[in-house]
Design a protein around this ligand. Structure first.
Ligand code: NAP
Length: 302
């Protein structure tokens, strides 16, 4: 029996592990893939205090090493369910069952897809959801980025250093992402802005060759591209845990700043929680709050 089981080894989950270990609680962190969560795809973090520039991967590695050094146990298994029996919670993974006194759900989110016919089949053959992972394959080539949030803007900026031409396709004419990044993009000569448009078809033989783009006015055009980077937001990964917490209409876990769900002893931290500001700093803050709440809750158990 662990004191605290944390599901998800992103910034929120790993920060929770640090706080829980510093309070001498036994901690199991379950993670489906690798540590770090979505931040590992960020090439350069400029808005987290202390370091003016650090890559997402380096940041995640430092936090992982810090949590490990404090004694958090990491197991790389996908959690698929949770059972609540009051003072004992059971987390079910694809391989095992683990019991704990408290659970922190820091599951983050997964890529939203465009939903185009051959989108899945073309992943790795022209379609990508991660510019920092795959951008190097498109050196001196033509790529397009879809989306208007910070991820799309930063992806376009990153790719413009590598690719010959970058099309930035957004369904509106106003970006959701930061003005300062938009201003930097506008200074780049190899970025073409395509507003009020959506990607409606992927044309490929073995690899992606071109995309069909439909403007709000009904005009359809074809853009020849070697790569398409899809950055249209993320979907919270809460579906497997809906029995212990309420979800809003978009699937985010309903919890206030204290990170409590409706189930005593079960907390939610990071991007899968309802919140106004989804940033690295708010994710790590959630980790600290959720762990502190879990530690207090354990103290109330007999
Ligand atoms: P996001 O902010 O939710 O933006 C998603 C974008 O995709 C929006 O512009 C949206 O258009 C568009 N979109 C959604 N569905 C679409 C569809 N089916 N077809 C075409 N376009 C579609 O997502 P994000 O950019 O991944 O960012 C997620 C969070 O992380 C945000 O809070 C962001 O600020 C944060 N973030 C921060 C940093 C940083 O601080 N350095 C870096 C990356 C991300 P509409 O605008 O029309 O809705």
């Amino acid at each position: 029996m662990y004191d605290i089981i944390i599901i998800g080894a992103g910034p929120a989950g790993m920060t929770a592990a640090i706080y829980a270990r510093r309070a001498a609680k036994s901690v199991l962190v379950l993670e489906a893939t690798g540590y770090g969560g979505q931040i590992i795809n960020t090439p350069d973090i400029e808005n987290y205090p202390v370091e003016a520039h650090i890559s997402g991967f380096d940041f995640a590695t430092k936090v992982y090493e810090q949590a490990q050094a404090l004694g958090a146990e990491f197991v790389f298994e996908k959690a698929v369910g949770i059972e609540d029996s009051g003072a004992e919670k059971t987390v079910i993974t694809t391989k095992n069952r683990y019991t704990g006194r408290a659970v922190i759900l820091a599951t983050g989110s997964e890529n939203r897809k465009l939903g185009l016919e051959n989108e899945d089949a073309l992943v790795g053959r022209g379609v990508s959801y991660c510019a920092t992972c795959d951008g190097a394959f498109y050196r001196k080539k033509t790529v397009a980025v879809v989306g208007g949030g910070n991820t799309a803007l930063e992806d376009a900026l990153y790719l413009s250093d590598l690719a010959e031409t970058v099309y930035l396709i957004h369904r509106r004419d106003q970006f959701r992402g930061e003005e300062s990044t938009v201003a930097r993009l506008k200074e780049r000569e190899n970025i073409r802005f395509v507003y009020n448009s959506t990607v409606t078809k992927l044309n490929a033989e073995k690899k992606l060759q071109s995309i069909e783009v439909t403007n709000q006015d009904g005009t359809v055009s074809t853009i020849e591209v070697n790569g398409l980077f899809i950055a249209v937001g993320r979907i919270p990964e809460n579906q497997n845990f809906a029995s212990v917490m309420d979800l809003d209409e978009a699937g985010y876990a309903v919890a206030a700043e204290n990170c409590r769900t409706k189930t005593p002893g079960i907390y939610v931290a990071g991007d899968n929680r309802v919140k106004d500001v989804r940033q690295l700093v708010t994710a790590t803050a959630d980790g600290a709050v959720a762990a502190t709440e879990a530690i207090r809750y354990i103290g109330t158990l007999k």
